[in-house]
Design a protein. Structure first.
Length: 187
């Protein structure tokens, strides 16, 4: 492992440890580096702010692990992997989602989910004549639904296990994306 990867790992473990007992909005860069024995300059060499490090954690621990699940055939498997990861780190993600502001994890989570859902929409619409604007609308609709349900689940408003929630979402979405795309098909 390179020195840069080791340093990033140390910083990510530091913020994860701090977020177990303190809201992200009350954690400073100085506290992150003091907690792991590094300096502020080192932090800023690797990350632009504390939201960047939270997003990095989600990307490297969840998104990279579903690279093979970005198509229609196995999107449920990818969703279940992400939900399982979130369940195993629920305090961290609950804390991250509760942090107000524009450059937050909530915005990043939406953007990443949108990209994943858009890749499925593009695959399904490849043989249909659906304009880009309609594909974007459909992808945003499903992204809002997924992010909304996942957020409620993280905040303990929904009590299912990751596999139960993935199955329920799958049962609703199965066939409905293609059906929506067909309704938007132009001759």
């Amino acid at each position: 492992m390179s020195e840069s990867h080791i340093t990033k790992h140390v910083l990510t473990e530091s913020i994860k440890q701090l977020m177990k007992t303190k809201p992200l909005e009350r954690i400073s860069i100085q506290q992150i580096v003091d907690n792991c024995g590094l300096n502020r300059q080192t932090f800023y060499y690797h990350f632009k702010d504390k939201f960047d490090i939270v997003n990095f954690i989600y990307y490297t621990e969840a998104v990279e692990n579903i690279a093979d699940c970005k198509n229609y055939q196995n999107w449920r498997e990818g969703m279940e992997k992400v939900l399982t990861h979130i369940a195993n780190n629920k305090t961290f993600y609950k804390n991250a989602l509760q942090t107000p502001g524009e450059n937050t994890f909530k915005r990043y989570f939406f953007d990443v989910c949108y990209q994943l859902i858009m890749s499925v929409i593009q695959e399904l619409s490849s043989t249909l004549k659906v304009c880009d604007e309609d594909c974007v609308f459909i992808a945003k609709f499903y992204t809002h639904a997924f992010v909304g349900m996942t957020t409620q689940w993280i905040m303990n408003e929904i009590k299912e296990t990751p596999d139960q929630l993935a199955k329920r979402i799958h049962d609703i979405v199965e066939g409905s994306m293609l059906s929506a795309l067909r309704r938007f098909t132009r001759d």
